[in-house]
Design a protein around this ligand. Sequence first.
Ligand code: UT7
Length: 301
Amino acid sequence: MPEKRLTNADLATMVETDNEWILSRTGIQERRILGPEEKLTDLTTAAARQALENSGVASSEIDLVLMATWTPEHLAPSVACATTRNLGIPQVPAFDLNAACSGFIYALSVADAYIRAGIYRKILIVTGEAQSRYVDYADRGTCILFGDGAAAAVVGAAEEGDSAGLLGLIMGADSTGSELITLPREGRIGMNGREVFKFAVKTMNDALGKSLTAANIHESQVDWLVPHQANIRIIDSAAERLSLPTERVVRNISEYGNTAAVSIPLALYEAWNRGDVKPGHILALVGFGAGFTYGSAIVRW
Ligand code: UT7
């Protein structure tokens, strides 16, 4: 994550808002944003290195790099290629994928398909967002929400006889909602917050139901819900859908705001790093975003 913090108090000096409003409506206290000299690829490279180290996989073993982002700082070279160059693996195939806040679930689905098809064995999924470069800091309806960051995961085939792995995944898009969140070229993020909210609650619940069915897992078996961190009230409604107590829901929105494609793997990383997520646990990942995209994955850790 970038070092620079943007607090609710900071935002109150920029637009007509206050800490009480932001906290009660969104659950956010602060976000991290890129410094003026900092680059998104500094973050994606650091996250990728850390994921390789934590997984014990050497960069030379990686067959493909998938980057999920909807806010690259440049369209070309792709963030994926800039990252492989920094990692010292410039010959590895690499591309960016834009499914906004559902980017990690979409990337997981692509990785899963390549691995099942026997095309690639080890895939590095990286997520990275430079949303602060695209936020309109005069629009109090959006500037309070978004933050920057990066997170990464190494994905490979489960060993034979290993019960851990991806049990079920669904993804989809409902483009009747395509105008609800927009980002024109050289423009700023635009959003109809109230409509997105309604869409999000319904979509998260539907997606969770479908992925649980695909995985043949009952909601009572879920150990951790790892939802996209968009708004604490949307997260609570997804938890309610699974009848999960708040202690079983990974929540870090107060510290980072909405980090789009980064938010699910970042939440998962923090829960794993704390020792909360243990081998054998059933995780329900779920996200939604501009497009209107959505996706959910059930994973046995
Ligand atoms: O990854 C997907 C990204 N997007 C989302 O997930 C967004 C989902 N939507 C939301 O999180 C919420 O809709 C928001 C947090 C964006 C807005 O909360 P809300 O409870 O839906 O507020 P609202 O848009 O219905 O606005 C209520 C009032 C309005 O004033 P009036 O018209 O009632 O006088 C707004 O102008 O709150 C006002 N308002 C604010 N007041 C203080 C809007 N933004 C602010 C603000 N501070 N930052």
